[in-house]
Design a protein around this ligand. Structure first.
Ligand SMILES: Cc1ncc(COP(=O)(O)O)c(C=O)c1O
Length: 328
């Protein structure tokens, strides 16, 4: 894992203190939250993007913290509107989740935003949990910037208050294997390792061996990425005829606006599409929460392009037929 960090980001981390294997990033996102949050402090707060991977919220609530949702801005490639967070919320924040490349938006966070978040973390003492499990499936020339890479570029080579989460699930297409790792701040990882001895989450030996093989091989990752690129290149223009959708920076989702179809209701769109055309999409509002400015998933659906190209194309054609069959 340390070797992969070196090859992918040019970073040298101490495998003994700055890297820990985890059984997929989901359990680690949840468990690290339990370690980081101090519920005895006043109004412990966890900042989450909105829309977001649902584990962030459950992890915060079960740790005794209150989630605070920061909307993504469609006008700025779905960047999180960090400026909208009031000063008193930053002051009580103990943990901030970042998801880059984002689920569901596919957006990659640029260096300037990292600079801003590191400054805020420095000022208010919160931990940044950076969820990067889609980092190897990308559609731009440049691979997505990682949080550890950004920290090193900004002179924060000790990764203080920063933990990155990565995973083989998407990179190597093995979600059932349950293998990933966390890397970053050695002090936090020391506490996390102690917690994990109770949590009982050591990785089995067979999975360790398979994981080493996967992290040490890039050929299958390049091939996997090529399959996704081909699939998105075929499906996106087709769907763009009837939905507000464009090629994301990375990830394997389309975060599509339904325009006026079904009166602009994403839940109605999803329900009728499933009932009439047997295509499953997720109503965007289910992935987001009502917060200042409303629910940013309203009028959107998330489509996961994980089936093979032929099946995704077939589904996309059915979506086009569905929308065209609707009264206007
Ligand atoms: C944003 C995000 N983070 C983390 C995960 C968890 O993946 P895993 O536990 O398989 O590493 C997922 C899975 O869908 C995800 O979408």
């Amino acid at each position: 894992m340390a070797g992969w960090l070196k090859r992918r980001y040019g970073l040298t981390l101490d495998a003994a203190t700055q890297v820990l294997p985890v059984n997929g990033s989901r359990e680690a996102l949840f468990a690290l939250t339990q370690v980081v949050i101090d519920p005895t402090r006043a109004q412990p707060t966890v900042i989450s993007p909105n829309p977001f991977y649902q584990v962030y919220e459950g992890a915060a609530l079960l740790a005794g913290a209150e989630p605070y949702y920061v909307p993504s801005d469609p006008a700025r490639n779905f960047a999180s509107d960090w400026d909208s967070v009031p000063e008193d919320v930053w002051a009580r924040t103990q943990l901030l989740f970042v998801c880059s490349p984002g689920n569901p938006t596919g957006a990659v966070m640029p260096l300037d935003e990292w600079r801003r978040l590191f400054e805020l973390s420095e000022r208010h003492g919160f931990v940044i949990a950076s969820d990067e499990c889609y980092s190897e499936i990308y559609f731009r020339d440049e691979p997505p910037l990682g949080s550890l890479e950004a920290a090193a570029q900004l002179g924060r080579g000790d990764f203080r208050n920063l933990v990155a989460f990565t995973s083989l699930s998407k990179r190597s297409n093995v979600p059932g294997m349950r293998s990933g790792f966390v890397a970053g701040d050695a002090d936090i990882l020391k506490q996390f390792l102690l917690y994990r001895t109770y949590h009982g989450s050591a990785m089995g030996l067979a999975v360790q061996a398979a994981s080493m093989a996967a992290w040490n091989d890039e050929a299958h990752v390049v091939a996997n990425r090529a399959l996704y690129r081909e699939k998105f290149a075929q499906v996106t223009p087709l769907l763009a005829q009837v939905l507000d959708v464009s090629l994301p920076d990375a990830g394997f989702y389309l975060w599509a606006g339904v325009r006026g179809t079904c009166g602009g209701s994403e839940t109605e769109f999803s329900r009728q599409l499933l009932a009439q055309y047997n295509v499953t999409v997720l109503p965007g509002s289910y992935l987001a929460r009502d917060a200042a400015g409303g629910n940013p998933g309203t009028g959107r659906v998330r489509m996961a392009l994980v089936a093979d190209t032929a099946e995704c194309l077939e589904a996309a054609q059915r979506i086009v037929q569905f929308v065209q069959s609707q009264p206007h």
